[in-house]
Design a protein around this ligand. Structure first.
Ligand code: NAD
Length: 288
């Protein structure tokens, strides 16, 4: 079985980005800039933000973190977003979710300029994805697509099943897989909590993507022999991090699979860095 090593692939991407940034630095007149906003003390979010800052550093991106207290008001947060929207040295704005209770995430996401929306969550960018127009793509599904491409695994003409229909993973991933393109062009089925026979649907998949947020939901009897399996789920358990798939059992059946950790997680951050560098190139006019 082929291990789809997101950790190694993300490290290679960071090294490539570092070279790209170094090559464009003189013409651009400045390094790429990413603003990261973290509100409150959520421990998982703090880890994600730290990993994103580290990724930026390795790729030659200047990251600026804004750590705000949990009792920050909607107005204060929106004023900060407006200020960052207006700053010439900031190419991307990332608002770490979830926000503490009382803050309206959707309103904040819509406040971020679509031109700096490197997370790809603004309705304009989601709309552009649905229409097949260029725009920032959400980092987790785009990271999954990048991983397939790096391993030369093409779902074109194959049957893909996506388990999950969330706005940040399942829905955009289904759109990306079904779009035209060498590493897309799949026939896509989306399963969700209302799907009556999940196992039967999953067994049809040449490419199975699981983003249900349920630990070990997908077992080996739900996987077609030789399928490519991508596990997006992450769960902290007493035995460490696990995904939405029963990894050990499925590795005996699948032809390729992502591990948890070290699969989709690092690719999500790598994609954020890619999006930030794309934004920087466009905004400084050095895009080729
Ligand atoms: P979510 O809870 O918003 O959505 C889960 C989806 O799965 C829903 O659409 C639901 O209908 C579907 N679902 C739930 N139970 C199901 C079942 N029994 N059968 C079929 N469908 C079912 O979650 P999300 O934000 O999309 O995240 C999914 C998982 O991916 C979580 O474990 C999350 O932690 C992880 N995640 C990882 C990364 C990463 O960078 N690796 C990024 C985002 C999310």
């Amino acid at each position: 079985m082929l291990l789809l090593d997101g950790k190694a692939t993300a490290a290679a991407i960071r090294a490539e980005l570092k070279e790209e940034v170094a090559a464009g630095l003189a013409a651009a007149g400045r390094a790429p800039g990413l603003a990261v906003i973290l509100v409150g003390e959520d421990p998982a979010s703090q880890v994600y933000v730290r990993n994103k800052e580290r990724g930026c550093e390795e790729a030659g991106i200047r990251s600026e973190a804004f750590r705000l207290p949990a009792d920050t008001t909607q107005e204060t947060l929106e004023v900060l977003i407006d200020e960052l929207n207006g700053r010439a040295d900031i190419d991307g704005i990332l608002l770490q979710l979830p926000l503490p209770k009382g803050l309206n995430s959707q309103r904040c996401l819509e406040r971020i300029s679509p031109k700096k929306d490197v997370d790809g969550f603004h309705p304009e960018n989601m709309g552009r994805l649905a229409l097949g127009l260029p725009g920032f793509r959400p980092c987790t599904p785009a990271g999954v697509m990048t991983l397939l491409e790096r391993y030369d695994l093409s779902p074109s003409g194959k049957k893909a099943v996506v388990v999950g229909r969330s706005n940040i993973v399942g829905k955009p991933l289904a759109l990306m897989l079904g779009a035209p393109g060498k590493y897309a062009n799949a026939t896509v089925t989306v399963c969700h909590s209302g799907t009556p026979n999940l196992a039967e649907e999953c067994r049809q998949a040449d490419f199975l993507f699981v983003a249900a947020g349920r630990p070990c939901l997908v077992t080996s009897d739900m996987v077609k022999p030789g399928a490519v399996v991508v596990d997006v789920g992450i769960h902290r358990t007493d035995e460490g991090l696990v995904g939405d798939c029963k990894y050990d059992d499925i590795t005996c059946i699948a032809s390729a699979m992502t591990p948890v950790p070290g699969g989709v997680g690092p690719m999500t951050i790598a994609q954020l860095l890619i999006n930030t560098v794309i934004s920087w190139k466009g905004r400084t006019g050095i895009a080729g």
